[in-house]
Design a protein around this ligand. Structure first.
Ligand code: SAM
Length: 273
């Protein structure tokens, strides 16, 4: 298991049930083949035919993956082992479940340790249109809202968009709007924003995301990607592509409590590679 230990510590106290998978959104189901332990997933699917049908009806291409793992993994009959495997599977993808089921827990437990002056000087945001893409609960978006003219929080998970909208209302924030979208498909016009930021959100489909970011930003605009690793020894897997001559991002490292905090930034120069 790759993530379950960290996620059990991070989200200690929450409960996960197989039925939580019925709240997965299409884009999250698409990520499952890269995330799930296959034996445990096959056990959960056999024990829960409704979930099997739901996943395929919501995202039909996953049927090939599901059929393959069901063929490769023999059925298990012991009730205790089935329950144990289901819990292992659920904890391995607990972040996806927490997004949908416990957005307020996600917001409280996942730290955001960036100071605004590490990201961008507040005064340089005056009058600017800013995008926070893959916004989650909007930690970055809310941080810059009092400096910028308008902030668009682009986020595919509907629970997070609702969380942001509720917080906007509660705090009477007048310039922050949520948009349903993806980093490789941002529903805003060409050359429409002055700053685009991401925080631990880039890299689902990196090359297409970088192209989309350049499309939506004005010439002279700034793109910033913040990455904070939970493992202090893990470098950003996208580092080489971001700093390559094709994309020309500059990487700055910051001190954090035992973690590696990286900022990748660049000024957009249209038509010049
Ligand atoms: C690790 S969270 C980071 C959230 C937030 N930026 C923060 O720093 O707390 C990753 C976020 O990216 C969103 N996401 C997943 N796939 C995405 C995609 N293809 N494009 C944009 N955002 C995506 C998730 O729903 C989630 O909100």
């Amino acid at each position: 298991m790759k993530y379950s230990k960290t996620l059990k510590e991070l989200f200690a106290g929450i409960t996960l049930n197989a039925e939580d998978l019925l709240f997965l959104e299409t884009f999250q189901i698409k990520y499952l083949p890269d995330r799930v332990p296959q034996k445990e997933f096959s056990v959960l699917l056999r024990a829960n035919p409704i979930i099997h049908r739901y996943l395929i009806s919501k995202y039909p291409p996953i049927e090939i993956f599901i059929n393959t793992i069901l063929k490769e993994n023999v059925p298990i009959n012991n009730k205790n082992i089935i329950e144990e495997y289901c819990q292992e599977l659920l904890w391995e993808i607990a972040d996806l479940i927490a997004y949908n089921k416990y957005p307020e827990v996600y917001d409280a437990k996942v730290e955001f340790t960036w100071e605004l002056n590490e990201i961008i000087p507040g005064k340089s945001l005056k009058g600017k249109i800013v995008i926070d893409a893959g916004a989650g609960t909007g930690k970055l978006a809310f941080r810059v809202a009092k400096y910028a003219r308008t902030i668009y929080a682009v986020e595919p998970a509907s629970s997070f968009r609702s969380f942001i909208r509720d917080k906007v209302k509660k705090n009477k924030v007048k310039n922050l709007y949520t948009i349903d979208g993806f980093l490789d498909s941002i529903p805003l016009p060409d050359n429409s924003a002055d700053v685009l930021m991401t925080s631990n959100a880039i890299g689902w489909n990196l090359e297409d995301e970088l192209i989309e970011i350049e499309r939506v930003l004005k010439p002279g605009a700034i793109a910033i990607h913040l990455i904070r690793n939970s493992d202090p020894n893990t470098e950003n897997p996208f580092h080489d592509i971001l700093i390559s001559p094709a994309w020309k991002y500059v990487c700055t490292k910051f001190q954090d409590t035992g973690r590696l905090k990286l900022k990748y930034s660049k000024t957009i120069k249209k038509g010049i590679k």
